[in-house]
Ligand binder design. Sequence first.
Ligand SMILES: NC(=O)c1ccc[n+]([C@@H]2O[C@H](COP(=O)([O-])OP(=O)(O)OC[C@H]3O[C@@H](n4cnc5c(N)ncnc54)[C@H](OP(=O)(O)O)[C@@H]3O)[C@@H](O)[C@H]2O)c1
Length: 248
Amino acid sequence: MKLSGKTALITGGASGIGLAAAALFAREGARVAITGREEARLMQAKAHLGDTAITIVADVRSREAMQGMSRQVAGAFGGLDIFFANAGVAFATPLSGTDEARYDELMDINVKGVFFSMQAVSPILREGASVILNTSWLNEVGTPGLSMLSASKAAVRSLARTWSAELLDRKIRVNAVSPGAIDTPIHARGGSTPDQVQAGKDRIASRIPLRRLGEPSDIAEAALFLASDASRYMLGAELVVDGGFSQL
Ligand SMILES: NC(=O)c1ccc[n+]([C@@H]2O[C@H](COP(=O)([O-])OP(=O)(O)OC[C@H]3O[C@@H](n4cnc5c(N)ncnc54)[C@H](OP(=O)(O)O)[C@@H]3O)[C@@H](O)[C@H]2O)c1
């Protein structure tokens, strides 16, 4: 098992990529804690992950909640070997029509949330820990209407470099995984009808060189690689897993 004896915390671990990573990390021997905003969704995830999984209700936008999350993880695990800063949202912010509240919501979850969750867990990260940040293929391309989503993920990509440098003396490696379009609940969170969501996915799939959306497990496998010693010579890097979308 690749993560035998290790402990892992995954924000946004109740669905999609985070849940797939939690299940894979647990199968590979890690003790796993997941977070999210909704107790009910976390309980459903726990039923899937098994009784040893720890669930923590915590909104990444709150620095205080992130510190509470870190205390809970320290109490349960003692320390942390793997931190996957995965929680995030995706919605459009067209130049005309985007108000301050929508801007703040996106940047608070996708950037501030990553910063303060990392700040909170940093003291409990063990020497040699692996941190994985979830970015997006969108930080490489220009897509009309997606300015702040793309910029938020460009900011997170930058954090992987800076934090790797900042935590070098503790031998903590910080890398990013950059998903392409992955088939998760995120596409249905905008209030579109199921038919509209499916049509949107079909449109995207037709543009992807591999002609399909990715599965959450496609990203979980990449996160496992970054979490494990197999990636021991990587730090500050971004692993692109997007079916060739941003590359071909
Ligand atoms: N799916 C894609 O196509 C794609 C592509 C590129 C990057 N990504 C990135 O992958 C990550 C995971 O997304 P996903 O696709 O797996 O979608 P998802 O199923 O919607 O997962 C996002 C998770 O983040 C949690 N979350 C959102 N806001 C939160 C907050 N304020 N505090 C705590 N948790 C919060 C959600 O839980 P609650 O709502 O229950 O709190 C949810 O479990 C995101 O960072 C996303 O940007 C996804």
